[in-house]
Design a protein around this ligand. Structure first.
Ligand code: G3H
Length: 220
């Protein structure tokens, strides 16, 4: 049976995240049997080495956190992360191009990264706090067309993160065409459980350990 830990991408993406922090992150991920660790590209080789004898996957962010760089740069970044051992890529959608209604550009940006990483999992971060309802729906449709595996709500770097309203709207739009990762601001067991009840497939959080401690306390 899948338990809450199996849904968590244990995340450390701050500019100040040190090698020591990555070592701690990977130890915690092994201890709690999280699904993956989510790190910036530079730390992929270190995380991969630290997790070599475990089932914990390595997830790398690309075009993070703004999504505003050239597609070729995102493609290079994604390929490098995969070559270094990443199992999954979380890329940020080009928000400015979505706002410009340059939907072809938003599509090719995602498509090219997906093509570059072959059969590895691609999650596309929408940054929902910056988008209107219609923009979220449009972004979801583009993600489906571009063959993204997951829609991810937020970077954790904007004014707010995941919301249940947005998660429900994303699910209604993509139906079974893509999985959903709720991320940004998920700090408690109660909130994490609400997203799982809403049917998300993954949780991205930097508070995974305290969520697990809450769970252990609840079950003791
Ligand atoms: O990708 C996940 C987010 O960066 C995590 O955000 P958080 O620090 O609010 O949990």
């Amino acid at each position: 049976m899948k338990t809450i830990n199996n849904y968590i991408d244990h995340t450390a993406l701050k500019p100040t995240t040190s090698q020591k922090d990555i070592k701690t992150l990977c130890e915690e991920a092994k201890q709690h049997r999280f699904y993956s660790v989510c790190v910036n590209g530079h730390y992929v080789p270190l995380a991969k080495a630290l997790l070599a004898k475990s089932n914990v996957k390595v997830c790398a962010v690309v075009g993070f956190p703004l999504g505003a760089m050239a597609t070729e740069v995102k493609v290079f970044e994604a390929k490098k992360a995969i070559a270094d051992g990443a199992d999954e890529i979380d890329m940020v959608l080009n928000i400015g191009m979505l706002k410009s209604e340059n939907f072809v550009n938003v599509y090719t940006d995602i498509r090219d990264v997906k093509l570059a990483i072959g059969n590895k999992v691609l999650k596309v971060i929408l940054e929902i706090s910056e988008l209107s309802k219609n923009e979220i729906i449009k972004a979801c449709q583009i993600c489906l067309d571009a063959k993204a595996d997951f829609i991810k709500t937020s970077t954790g770097f904007s004014k707010s993160g995941a919301t249940l309203t947005a998660v429900k709207m994303i699910r209604k739009t993509v139906k079974k065409g893509a999985k959903i990762k709720a991320s940004g601001g998920i700090k408690t067991l109660e909130v994490a459980e609400k997203y799982l009840e809403a049917g998300v497939d993954r949780l991205g959080c930097s508070a995974g350990v305290s969520i697990m401690e809450e769970l252990q306390k609840k079950n003791s």
